[in-house]
Design a protein around this ligand. Structure first.
Ligand code: C2O
Ligand code: CU
Length: 478
């Protein structure tokens, strides 16, 4: 596989096109499509808060909102204004805030020039509310649909279209959905961080053209965004215990997060809090994944703490790129807070039983008529053979990545638990409910899930260009 060029981001000048070491180019020297010019980032921008969605229902156990997908203009850094696609005129969408047991009612209108749907990533809901074309007709331009379901699980989830998702998400259609539970850890401040990037051409536009590199790695942008803003600042109280609810909504970019001289305390992931929190030096997040982490902002008032993304090798020499700065925390003025203790444990989660593999899922790539396609069990969606299970079944999947690059595996509608990696059982204290898992090249994971909701569900690679180019399958619960 060839990669025409790899891009590097530095903070002062965002993108500089460089030839990747070891990657020959035979594009005749014309990199016009895959090497957008640098986008100077512009002044620091306060990205601390997302705009909240307006709950129109007075019932405290019902959250009822309107979302309209429509176009708008937005300026990123100092780039010329960018035509974007939004929910209610903004990207990211308004933050939807709920609690476990709430009924969420979303009156959706599609004012885009093409069909769309909304998928509720990670939410356990009735299949006909899941927003995939396996269960719902595309909502045409001018069409409406009401999504309505009860929130069963606490955690940070997100929503995005499930049609032409590589293009629709890149253009700005995504938002966060927070569900609070009865047990939430104490903190001095909680921040939702939606990490993303956007690839702008010299006119500030998002191009739909998919060059070889972007097909292979997922479209990586030349502007890094935190809550939709370039050169982001996120305010935290000095000395405060900070809780971060992080989601990676990028098409292809992995974030490998690090704070200088500090560990991150992981308290939760996709499916909510984990029983045994743990510390990490770097936090790797693929597209679609969520992490719930804490750290103490032990710095003088007015200090800036850079949020770094360290290089990570996910294939095609991506690990040779330099670190980038994602944004910065900034401690506010005022006296330092007394340190609060970090949570040591959270409620147990039910462990699903181990068992023999029921369904092998092999991820790979192949050339079809000279074009790279991404495969599951050697087939390209929609020709991937359907997996069928009975409602209530607990089934074991073995996801084997036969390719040389990482694929983040995402299952709709159900959490799964990791049983083993390359045949080695996962430490019992790492038990977690996941819906998206990085499966590195030449690596296999054994996963278990309880399929207790009937309907047709999708599973796919969450590098959106891979999902849209074959690496997607369907699982039917009867
Ligand atoms: Cu977030 Cu099928 O995806
Ligand atoms: Cu992939």
């Amino acid at each position: 596989m060839r990669v025409a060029s790899l891009r590097v981001l530095t903070f002062a000048v965002v993108a500089a096109a460089v030839a990747a070491p070891g990657c020959s180019s035979d594009h005749g020297g014309d990199h016009a499509h895959d090497a957008p010019p640098p986008v100077p980032v512009g002044p620091p921008t306060d990205a601390s808060e997302l705009t909240p969605a307006e709950d129109e229902n007075p019932d405290p156990n019902v959250v009822e909102i309107h979302l309209e997908a429509r176009d708008a203009m937005k300026t990123f850094g100092t780039a010329p204004p960018t035509p974007v696609w939004t929910y209610n005129g903004i990207t990211p969408a308004p933050l939807v805030d709920t609690k476990v047991g709430d009924r969420l009612v979303v009156h959706f209108k599609n004012s885009l020039p093409e069909p769309t749907t909304i998928h509720w990533h990670g939410i356990r809901l009735p299949a006909k509310m899941d927003g995939t074309v396996a269960m719902q007709s595309p909502i045409p331009p001018g069409g409406t649909f009401t999504y309505e379901f009860t929130l069963k699980d606490a955690g940070l989830f997100w929503f995005h279209p499930h049609m032409r998702s590589d293009v629709q998400v890149q253009k700005g259609l995504y938002g966060a959905l927070r569900v609070r539970g009865p047990v939430e850890p104490a903190s001095d401040v909680e921040r939702v961080l939606i990490l993303d990037d956007i690839k702008l051409d010299k006119d500030g536009k998002v191009t739909e053209y998919l060059d070889d590199h972007s097909l292979m790695m997922g479209r990586e942008g030349n502007v890094i965004l935190v809550n939709g803003l370039a050169n982001a600042r996120v305010s935290v109280p000095p000395g405060g215990l900070v809780r971060l609810r992080i989601v990676n909504t990028a098409n292809g970019r992995f974030f490998n997060l690090r704070l200088p001289d500090r560990k991150l305390h992981v308290i939760g992931t996709d499916g909510g809090l984990v029983p045994n929190p743990y510390d990490v030096d770097t936090l790797l997040m693929a597209p679609g994944e969520r992490y719930d982490v804490m750290f103490v902002a032990d710095a003088q008032p007015g200090t800036e703490l850079p949020i770094i993304s360290e290089p990570y090798e996910r294939g095609h020499e991506s690990g040779k790129l330099p670190p980038i700065e994602v944004g910065r925390f900034r401690t506010t003025d005022g006296p330092a807070l007394q340190p609060k203790p970090l949570a040591a444990s959270f409620p147990a989660i039910e462990r699903l039983p181990d068992g023999p593999v029921d369904f092998p899922i092999r991820l790979n790539e192949k050339l079809v008529d000279g074009q790279v396609m991404f495969t599951i069990n050697d087939a390209v969606h929609p020709n991937v053979p359907v997996i069928t299970v009975k409602s209530g079944d607990v089934r074991v999947l073995e996801v084997s990545n036969e390719s040389d690059m990482d694929h983040p595996f995402h299952l709709h509608g159900f959490f799964f638990q990791v049983l083993a990696k390359n045949g080695v059982p996962i430490a019992p204290e790492r038990l977690a409910n996941k819906d998206t898992l990085i499966v590195p090249g030449k690596t296999s994971y054994k996963l278990v899930a309880r399929f207790d909701e009937p309907g047709s569900w999708m599973y796919h690679c969450h590098i959106l260009e891979h999902g849209e180019h074959g690496m997607m399958g369907e699982l039917v619960v009867e």
